[in-house]
Design a protein around this ligand. Sequence first.
Ligand code: ADP
Ligand code: 5GP
Length: 209
Amino acid sequence: MNKGILVVISGFSGAGKGTIMKELVKRYDYHLSISATTRKARTGEVHGKDYYFHTREEFQQMIEQSELIEWAEYVGNYYGTPKKYVQQQLDAGRDVLLEIEMQGGMQVKEKFPDALLIFISPPSAKILKERLAGRGTESPQEIEKRLLRAVEEVQYMKDYDYIVVNDNLEEAVEKVNNLITYDHYKSCNSVLLIDKMASELSGFATKGV
Ligand code: ADP
Ligand code: 5GP
């Protein structure tokens, strides 16, 4: 068994991250981290399934008690990744997906240098706007704030390991899955195999071939 891979998936609001993540979890053995947030639940969102919904005071406490791997403020609300679940899954050799915005992505990159960072981009700004409006979950004012935030977020695209364009959903899901699959072959994610081979081969030197 090898280490689990920590996968960061980021992208502008409305790019299709959530849709891709749902498909990945449905089809493959990935474990999705549930974030904490101070934003209000959208219709149909469930505490403990979509997010852990908290007050600002509760969120502040989580920060102070070092319960979060990373956190950031996004369009007026706090979002953060609880540490415990991620650590447990990685220790058990499972791949963990974090769907987080870019400031958080950069914090993860610094703390977990072996993490795999994937940026989901829409094919164009026009399509992004259409998708965000088409989702029907935010007011026109909120949509404007998110699109203006995307103007700032574009600077982080180059800091990601890979960029996947979400044009055809099916293709985008498989591209992300392939990137994670290939990442397992990187030597940094094969430390247990390296240790095993070193130990077995050293037997040749001590006990003879
Ligand atoms: P994000 O999580 O990045 O904010 P969502 O996954 O909520 O974005 O997707 C935004 C909207 O775009 C949703 O209504 C979703 O159904 C739609 N969508 C996602 N991917 C595609 C795609 N490849 N083609 C067309 N519509 C898409
Ligand atoms: P939404 O309100 O649309 O669910 O999420 C808004 C933004 O917050 C998205 O870009 C989403 O990826 C990001 N986000 C969700 N959870 C986290 C988290 O735990 N940490 C950070 N930094 N961003 C998050």
